[in-house]
Design a protein around this ligand. Sequence first.
Ligand code: ATP
Length: 376
Amino acid sequence: MADVTPIILPRIVLRCSSERDMAIRQTAAILPDMSHPIHSAVLIPGDGIGPEVSKATLRIMEAAGAPIRWHEHPAGLAALDQGLDVLPKETVEAIRQHGVALKGPCTTPVGRGFASINVSLRKQLDLYAAVRPVRNLEGVTTRFTGVDLVIIRENTEGLYSGVENEVTPGVVMSMKVATERACTRIARYAFQFAQRRNRRKVTVFHKANIMKMTDGLFLRCAQEVHDREFPDIEYETMIIDAGCMKLVQDPTRFDMLLLENLYGDVVSDLAAALVGGLGVVPGANIGEQQAVFEAVHGSAPDIAGKDIANPLALLMSGVMMLNHLAEQRNDANCRQVAERIKAAYNRALADGQKTRDLGGELGTQAFADAVIARLR
Ligand code: ATP
């Protein structure tokens, strides 16, 4: 929620006008612009590389003047360590209250009966649309140039229903669920997104030739929403195996991809590899009332605590959060800060300031320093 924080200005004794000018300029640089609202947001630092990339992201956002007051809450192993549930009720309530959250990756302990934190959070808050922009970045050389994709993933059903059972010893089943309501809702979200952002085409990846009922329904709903409400946006469908082949042959032929839950998960990582890997793909989980912004990558325990993780994916998720606030709360300042951060990380990358995953040598915090040094 937007609120206004009173700021106590420090007493400064000024001896001459040049000192005064300097003090005014320095004060202007460090104080938030009080003509704009301050937004409250939840921060979940997460597990593994989460705390490191969260720290780097917050330092950059603060240096850029992001008008955010953070409320930190735990989830995952960090919550268990504090004797709390893996996804504490208080954390979910805080997101309900503040409306937006920036979330680091959380580890769900394996084989101890815990439901996935990400899946529970998405279900409890009904964050039905995952939005994942996949774009080439300046200074990051990859096989293809001109990749500019947006992946829209249905976030609440499919094989993530969590309904699994043992039919008889040695025979187990997992239930794939599709509802007309969720399929129609995600299709409408994708086409509305396309319309708002002047995107030209939506491609659905599916396997309706095998899963005739579930993927068949997903496909039918997308087709109906297209024909009824968005006939001017180009629409195509592709069987997912052929679609993946085409995606790695030439990703520039795609504009937006619309996928059910599991396909969206797999194709997001595949697409990330086309633009430099998991370190550079941000994400948003959008619901009617709340939105949670998080990188596509997980907690990467293999590199945790070593100051080598790339904080860009979470930083870019923070930029998406600022743009979301700009759009939802009509706050142009948030958009300006988002642009300032984007320009700074693009300058850093173009100058060869990169973390190891992108072929550079910088550590997590040194990369954050390089971005902060290029904020204008
Ligand atoms: P989780 O179990 O939480 O999903 P994971 O082990 O599956 O985590 P991911 O985080 O999804 O792993 O990433 C797979 C690999 O990609 C990691 O092991 C890591 O080496 C690399 N990776 C992921 N994120 C980053 C990052 N931000 N910076 C650098 N490398 C990363």
